[in-house]
Design a protein around this ligand. Structure first.
Ligand SMILES: *[C@@H]1O[C@H](CO)[C@@H](O)[C@H](O)[C@H]1NC(C)=O
Ligand SMILES: *[C@@H]1O[C@H](CO)[C@@H](O)[C@H](O)[C@H]1NC(C)=O
Ligand SMILES: *[C@@H]1O[C@H](CO)[C@@H](O)[C@H](O)[C@H]1NC(C)=O
Length: 977
């Protein structure tokens, strides 16, 4: 690797500035272009806690906190975010508890590391206190009266002043190295801390409001195990559910000496695998909900003698107890096809309150509702009214303001995108006729003429229709503002057809929540959605994966496009497939609920060739190395081409990479192991395997050098980059444990190791971009404590081994590898490269900065041929002199001032215009935009002066005619002389 020299830096900086100016480094947008080609959607993630905001015009907003470390306030009438706070990444930002009562909004995060009080109106933090944090990760927070907040972390309890965060007292908990403290509870003038010792006992520590330990007692609980769930109810009862014998154990915290046991059978409840408890907070009585299935709950009352069934709620999927003016009410939701039934009961008498009964239209693609949060109020005529928010299985949040109608919904599953494809829209009806017209060459002249005539008539018809629609549309617009609030604008009524430059696409998003969406690229509105409660991602090495294959693109009219999602079944771990038409969202080849296979999937790949209907089959490998083809009708293609089907499996558990080829065996196809590479699991773990984008377009096979010779690129489509990370112990006097990174470039057909390099004292997480003949990756340099980018470029040399086709079996064995590395001044979360239709446009690398920007830098800055000392020849080649730092300027930030949080990935896709690449960044936010890495060389600018050009043309025309006349007259007069 090149050393970063300082002396050359100053020498070259002027020259570099000169060159940079000629580079299309800036992408800057005019202010009036904001939002024209780009859109931004902000999400919060799966909501774990939800409260009606009591402090800020009660009922106007809902406060939510989520699994993705977000605290936010949502406008209750339109669902948009009033404010959102994204807390720290990693375990430091995990929200342990959110407490909201009256004006107080406090969060406890990072296993008790931070306590923060927020202003619920503005989202600003009033104060923050940092505490040592809990080793067990368990922490709890309660409010005791108006003057005390108590925080429990593993070995101590702290008393804080809610107004300033000032610490009033702290008290150490006894035996904190043996007991795991899990719950904090307040009752009367005492705090109770509950600790558990598995298989032995429950410890109860009583602390008074001054921070003095009053007593420590233990109660025998030999049944406590890892799987025991415990909750503390209002009124101070500890209740634990033992899954081993399906019993509930209860203990009164104030004076109980032994646990009382009640089995579910005695209560008349059906025991099941998935029992869970939900506490009831809004009333004083010790009540708790027990859930035995997605749609079966029970309300239990805890008494001194154990547990009593207060109300069995069969077929109820969500319930809540709310009180208003000393009256407690039980709200229940039942899902029936297409609707939700909400019933309300008076808790004291058990009678139904019929005037609050309502049914709500509810789409099946949201699964079962799991939670409701009700706001009760008195209307002007003193009748009771309510609004409520529903959280469903598919991570959606929906709001009912007026009886019977969902006012809006937030699709929080979109914060969990794992796979993306952008699909071309189908051509319009007229264009389809063109295709039909020019598609077949067998017609005679007369029929061709008739076809032409018909096409033009229908074109005229559509034109007139469009004009009429435009006129009507204007009138429509004014009537319909109410309906618009539901979902987006009336753009959505437009047909999904291709535009002139094929810039608008349908984006298919597959999410870790088991939901698949079709989204318009023009405005980000959802076109269709499917929810599969049983679909789970594959996971290995903390990376979740759901695969999305495009089996047939839109290019094969009249065959419809087809995509397939491949994942695993939640319960069994077997393969799970769902195949659909990406434009309409309709299922094809698989049932609408998805297809569960009867085997696990160890590797997938696509067939090299299309079938008669232009469909590309998917190959699925099972643990017995047998190959299955989906859909079954593509088996004939495999029968023809099995000789050229190869696959490889990188096993992180063993560190082996194995290559396979297909062999027929008694009517089946098996994968036969042909090569094995051992990457020494003992020393390192495989963390990334990155291939190239299939069917990538590469325009140029070589690179012209300064002396006009050509350096041919090594374009091996089977090349994969394998990254391993490990540790090594340095023996020198400084010594210590350091990290290493190894990069292997492997031919996935032959197992040939094309190149290997390693970085000592370097650490992940690593992102690899692999395209054409180059690889760009980043790593953290532990020695210099900075982020570095490295680039590898592979060349065959000055001669090309085979200019028509690349074969792994007769490839140049050892390509020339050029490498260079640079300093990246800012931390990044991921990166990607732009792609264009024909690969002519120069490439950009897009970096997602941790600070929230998307930085687009030309690939020319990451070019290993950047010379240290520029010469005539290097200038001729067009390389930029080397300086170590990559430049970061504000104009290269393509999302201008719209910060993006927790970016997980960037997907790029070509548009119909060669100059343009479409970019979707996903993570907590979705952001879509277009980039033109080489500017818009193929489109006239928007401010192109048509008038001036026409005037000039017209002027020329006039002048031509005039001079013609003049010269004719002159010629005539000359002839007379
Ligand atoms: C939602 O309502 C709030 C408060 O009235 C408003 O500020 C915000 O712009 C609205 N959002 C949308 C998307 O209409
Ligand atoms: C190049 O590869 C093709 C396909 O494998 C082969 O038919 C051809 O003979 C090769 N040409 C040379 C010069 O090796
Ligand atoms: C971004 O800039 C635009 C235009 O200057 C401004 O209207 C908008 O409020 C800014 N947005 C943010 C989030 O700063």
């Amino acid at each position: 690797m090149k050393k970063f020299g300082r002396s050359m830096m100053t020498g070259n900086i002027l020259l570099l500035l000169g060159v940079l100016q000629t580079l299309p480094i800036s992408q800057a947008l005019y202010e009036d272009q904001i939002g024209k080609f780009d859109w931004h959607q902000q999400y919060v993630g799966k909501i774990t806690d939800m409260f009606w905001d009591q402090s800020f015009n009660a009922g106007k907003r809902v406060l939510v906190s989520s699994e993705r470390h977000v605290l936010a306030s949502v406008h209750s009438h339109n669902g948009s975010l009033a404010w959102r706070k994204v807390l720290e990444d990693g375990p430091r930002g995990r929200i342990d508890k959110t407490l909201h009562s009256g004006n107080l909004l406090v969060t406890l995060t990072g296993g008790g590391r931070f306590v923060r009080k927020w202003n619920a109106g503005s989202g600003l933090a009033d104060w923050e206190v940092s505490l040592p944090g809990s080793k067990s990760g368990r922490a709890d927070l309660v409010q005791c009266g108006r003057d005390l907040l108590a925080v429990m972390i593993q070995d101590a309890v702290y008393g804080l002043d809610p107004r300033s965060g000032r610490q009033k007292w702290s008290v150490a908990l006894p035996q904190s190295n043996q007991v795991v403290y899990t719950h904090l509870f307040t009752s009367g003038t005492n705090l109770f801390v509950i600790g558990q010792s598995l298989g032995q006992q429950v410890t109860r520590v009583t602390v008074d409001m001054e921070g003095v330990v009053r007593s420590t007692e233990s109660v025998k609980a030999p049944w406590l195990s890892e799987s025991t769930q415990c909750e503390v109810t209002n009124g101070g009862v500890l209740i634990c559910y033992r899954s081993e014998d399906q019993s509930l154990q209860t203990l009164t915290l104030t004076d109980g000496q032994v646990f009382k046991s009640t089995s579910l059978q005695i209560l008349g409840l059906e025991p099941s695998e998935e029992v869970s408890m939900e506490t009831v907070r809004k009333v004083e009585e010790p009540l708790i909900f027990l859930r035995t299935a997605k749609n079966h709950m029970a309300l239990l009352e805890l008494t001194n003698d154990g547990v009593k069934l207060k109300k069995d709620l069969p077929s109820i999927c969500a319930a809540q107890v709310v009180s208003l003016d000393d009256k407690s009410m039980l709200f229940t939701l039942e899902r029936i096809p297409g609707e939700l039934k909400m019933k309300v009961y008076d808790l004291e008498t058990g009678s139904e309150m019929a005037d609050l009964y309502q049914t709500i239209t509810y789409l099946p693609q949201h699964g079962y509702p799991q939670r409701i949060e009700v706001l009760m109020f008195k209307k002007r005529d003193l009748r009771l009214g309510c609004r409520f928010a529903i959280l469903s299985e598919d991570y959606s949040m929906q709001m009912v303001l007026k009886a019977g109608k969902i006012a809006w919904r937030r699709e929080e599953a979109l914060a969990y995108v794992l796979s993306v494809e952008m699909i071309d829209l189908p051509v319009s009806e007229n264009q389809a006729k063109y295709e039909d017209e020019f598609g077949s060459h067998k017609d005679d002249i007369a029929t061709m003429f008739m076809k032409r005539f018909k096409t033009q008539i229908s074109q005229l018809k559509t034109y007139i229709q469009q004009q009429l629609q435009k006129l009507q549309g204007h009138r429509h617009h004014h009537h319909d503002t109410e309906a618009m609030a539901e979902s987006g604008s009336d753009d959505d009524d437009e047909d999904l057809t291709r535009d002139e430059f094929n810039l608008n696409k349908l984006i298919v998003l597959v999410t870790g929540a088991g939901k698949v969406f079709g989204v318009r690229s023009t405005n980000g509105h959802i076109e269709w959605e499917h929810f599969f409660p049983e679909l789970a991602p594959f996971d290995g090495n903390n990376q979740q994966k759901l695969l999305l294959f495009v089996q047939r693109t839109t290019a094969h009219f009249p065959n419809p496009p087809q995509c397939t999602v491949v994942g695993k079944h939640k319960g069994t771990g077997n393969g799970f497939l769902f195949s659909f038409n990406p434009i309409s969202g309709e299922p094809v080849d698989t049932p609408p609920t998805g297809q569960v296979l009867n085997y696990r999937i160890t590797q997938t790949s696509m067939l090299g060739e299309l079938d008669d209907h232009f469909l590309r089959g998917i190959l699925l490998m099972d643990p017995d190395n047998q190959i299955h083809v989906f859909p079954g009708k593509c088996l004939s293609v495999l029968k023809k081409t099995f000789g050229s089907q190869y696959m490889f499996v990188a096993d992180r558990e063993t560190g082996f990479i194995k290559g396979y080829r297909t062999v027929p065996n008694q009517g089946k196809f098996l994968m036969e192991n042909v090569w094995t590479v051992n990457l020494q699991k003992k020393q390192q773990t495989i963390t990334q395997v990155v291939g190239k984008r299939p069917l990538e377009q590469v325009h140029s096979q070589g690179r012209v050098l300064g002396d006009r010779s050509v350096l041919y690129r090594y374009l091996n489509p089977n090349l994969v980059v394998v990254v391993t990370e490990g540790e090594f112990i340095e023996q020198s006097q400084r010594g210590g444990v350091f990290n290493t990174i190894n990069l292997y470039l492997l031919d996935s057909v032959t197992g040939h190791m094309v190149f290997h390099c390693s970085h000592k004292r370097a650490k992940g997480p690593i992102t690899v971009v692999h395209s054409e003949n180059w690889v760009v990756y980043n790593y953290f340099n532990q020695k210099s404590r900075r982020l570095e980018m490295a680039v590898l470029e592979l060349y065959e040399g000055k001669e090309q081994s085979n200019s028509t086709a690349f074969s792994s079996f007769s490839s140049p064995r050892q390509p020339l590898v050029l490498r260079q590395s640079y300093i990246m001044p800012l931390f990044i979360s991921t990166m990607a490269t732009t792609v264009t239709e024909k690969g002519i446009t120069s490439k950009q690398i897009i970096f997602a900065l941790k600070l929230g920007g998307l930085l687009a830098l030309p690939k020319a800055l990451l070019d290993p041929r950047r010379p240290l000392v520029p010469t005539q020849e290097t200038m001729e080649e067009g390389t930029i002199p080397y300086i170590p730092e990559l430049p970061v300027n504000a104009e290269a930030i393509i999302n201008y001032n719209q910060s993006l949080y927790n970016v997980q990935g960037i997907h790029t896709s070509p548009a119909g215009l060669e100059s343009t690449s479409l970019v979707l960044s996903y993570g907590l936010d979705l952001y879509f935009t277009r980039v033109q890495p080489s500017k818009m060389f193929d489109v006239l600018k928007e401010d192109f002066d048509y008038f001036f050009i026409s005037a000039v043309l017209l002027g020329m025309f006039v002048v031509t005619i005039a001079t013609q006349k003049l010269s004719a007259r002159r010629a005539l007069s000359r002839a007379w002389k």
